[in-house]
Design a protein around this ligand. Structure first.
Ligand SMILES: [Zn+2]
Length: 217
C-alpha cells in the first residue's frame, strides 16, 4: 500500500487483533521498549546526540508519528553514514552522493537499522528536523508536533521482518508515553509531503505494521 490509507479500516484491523481474532506474531516476544518520561528517551537504547534539533513551539504537543526510510548511499545498507548525517559528521568525499547533500542538517528522533537495532538522536520533547515542508490534517510544519522514526530502507527493497517488529514495539511505547499519538495519527513521510517525498516507499507494509502494533487502550 503506497500511502497510509484509510485510518478507519486500520483501526478496525487493530480492533480485530485485540479481540483475539489474530494473535501477535511470535517475534513480538522480543524485548519491549518504554519511554523515560523525564529524559524523553527510550530506555535501554543508545543515545547519540544530534545538534539538528531545537525546541518545539509547544513541548507538550507531541501528537503525530512519522515513518520514514533512509539509506546512505541510496539503496545501500549497513554503513555508519546515516548516523554521521544526523550528527553532521558525514564526509562529502566518502561517496559522490554525499557531496550532493553536503551541509544538509537533518535528524530523526529514532533510527531502526536493517538488523532491528534502535538508536535515538533527539529527545522526544525536542523538535527533530525530519519532515521538512509538510502538512497533516491542515496543519503545516509537522516537525513541530511529531516524532520521526527512520527505518534503514529504500523504495526498491522490502524491509526486514525485525524492523516491523521493532517499529511496532517502539511505536507502542511512544503511544503509551504520548497518548495523543493514535493509530490515525501515524503516517508516512510521503503522506505529509506528497509529491516531494516517497518514503517509507512502496515496500512498506502498513497493514503488517499496524497489526503488530500494541498500544494502550
Ligand atoms: Zn523522510
Amino acid at each position: 500500500m503506497k500511502s497510509r490509507g484509510n485510518a478507519d479500516s486500520l483501526e478496525a484491523a487493530i480492533g480485530d487483533r485485540i479481540a483475539g481474532r489474530r494473535g501477535p506474531p511470535p517475534e513480538m516476544d522480543l524485548p519491549r521498549y518504554a519511554v523515560d518520561r523525564a529524559a524523553h528517551r527510550l530506555r535501554g537504547v543508545p543515545f547519540v546526540e544530534s545538534p539538528n534539533c531545537d525546541a518545539r513551539p509547544d513541548a507538550d504537543d507531541i501528537s503525530l508519528l512519522v515513518v520514514h526510510a533512509i539509506s546512505l548511499p541510496p539503496n545501500q545498507f549497513g554503513g555508519p553514514w546515516v548516523e554521521r548525517l544526523f550528527t553532521n559528521r558525514l564526509d562529502p568525499a566518502a561517496h559522490p552522493y554525499f557531496e550532493t547533500i553536503k551541509g544538509l542538517k537533518v535528524s530523526a528522533h529514532l533510527l531502526i537499522d536493517r538488523g532491528g537495532r534502535v538508536a535515538q538522536y533527539v529527545p522526544f520533547h525536542m523538535r527533530a528536523w525530519h519532515a521538512g515542508e509538510s502538512c497533516f490534517d491542515g496543519r503545516r510544519r509537522c516537525n513541530d508536533f511529531s516524532i520521526g522514526i527512520e527505518l534503514e530502507g529504500c523504495d526498491e527493497q522490502p524491509f526486514a521482518a525485525v524492523q516491523y517488529t521493532r517499529l511496532a514495539q517502539v511505536a507502542g511505547a511512544l503511544m503509551a508515553a504520548y497518548p495523543a499519538i493514535r493509530p490515525a495519527r501515524i503516517v508516512g513521510h510521503s503522506d505529509i509531503a506528497p509529491g516531494r517525498k516517497t518514503d517509507p516507499g512502496p515496500h512498506f507494509d502498513w497493514t503488517r505494521f499496524i497489526y503488530g502494533l500494541e498500544y494502550p487502550r
